[in-house]
Ligand binder design. Sequence first.
Ligand SMILES: [Zn+2]
Length: 320
Amino acid sequence: MRTFGVTILALLLFVQFGCSSNELQQLNAEQKLKIQQPGAREIDGTKENITKWKYIVEKQQAEEAARIAAEEAEKKAAEEARRKEELAKQEASSKTDQMIKIVMANGEFQMDKQFFNQVVKVDGVNTIQNPTNLLVLANKTYYLPSNYRPDNLVQPNVPFVFQGAEQNFMRKEAADALEDMFATAKEEGINLIARSGFRSYQTQEAVFNREVNEVGYDQAILAVAVPGTSEHQTGLTMDITANSVNQQLVEEFGKTKEGIWLRDNAHRFGFILRYPEGKEDITKYMYEPWHFRYIGIEAATIIYENDWTLEEFFRVVKGI
Ligand SMILES: [Zn+2]
C-alpha cells in the first residue's frame, strides 16, 4: 500500500513538473546522492533541480520497497510450498502405514517386514527403532524409545470422561477409527465413553515413580507399566468405559452390554481387545476388558477370528 502511495506521488510530481525520464536518467549518481545529504538545498540551487532529485530519490525508494516486498512474497511462497510438501510427505507416510497387507501363502500368514519391530538393545533393554509402525508391539519385552511421541496426535470427536487432558489424544489413524466405532455403537444403542488414550513417556514415568515411592519397586511393576512399555505411549490405544460402570475401568465392564459389544465388534474398526481373559501368561497383563488397541482392520480381523493376542499373531505371521 505504501509502495502504491509513493508511486502515485511520483507520478503526480512527474505530471506537475514535466520531467522527462531521459532527463532524469542523465543525472549521475553523485547528483542523485546530493538530495539525501544535509545542506543539499544550498549546494544545488534551483527549485527545479531539487524537485527532480527528490523525484529520483522517491522513485528509488519506491523501487527498493517494491523489491523488498517482492522478495518477502517470494520467501513466503517458498515457505508455504515447503510446508505443503512436508504435509504431503506426512500424509503419504501415514497412508503407507495404512496399507498393511497380510496374505495367506503356503498355509501361513505373510506380511511386509516393515510391520515387525526393529529392535536394538539400548541400556540393556530391547528398544523399538520403528515406533511409528501401526503394528508396533510394545510390551514388557519391547520398549518404546523414551523420546518417542507420535507427531499426529488429535482429539477424536467422541464423549470423554475428562476434558482437555493429554489422555484425550490419539494418532490420527486411530482417532478416525475410534470415531467410526463410537458412532456405529451409538446407532446400535451402545453408548461408549473414552477415558484414557495417549500417555507420554514422561507422564508414565511420573505415575510409575509415584507408585514406586508408595509401594516399592517390586509391587509397582505389577500394577503400573514401566515407562516405555505402556501401549498408551503409541497413541494407538484407548481405554473405553460406559455409564453402566460409572465410567470406571473395571473388570465388570467385560460383562456389560457395552463391553460385550466392543469385544465382538472392535475388529470391524481395526481395534483389538489387547489383554483378553485367559491370555495373561502371553500378554503378561491382567485381563483388561476396557483396553483397545488400533492395528488396522485387516490384522484386527485375523486376530479376532483366530482368538489370538498381538503377541501370538507375531509368532505366527512371517515377514517377507
Ligand atoms: Zn489401557
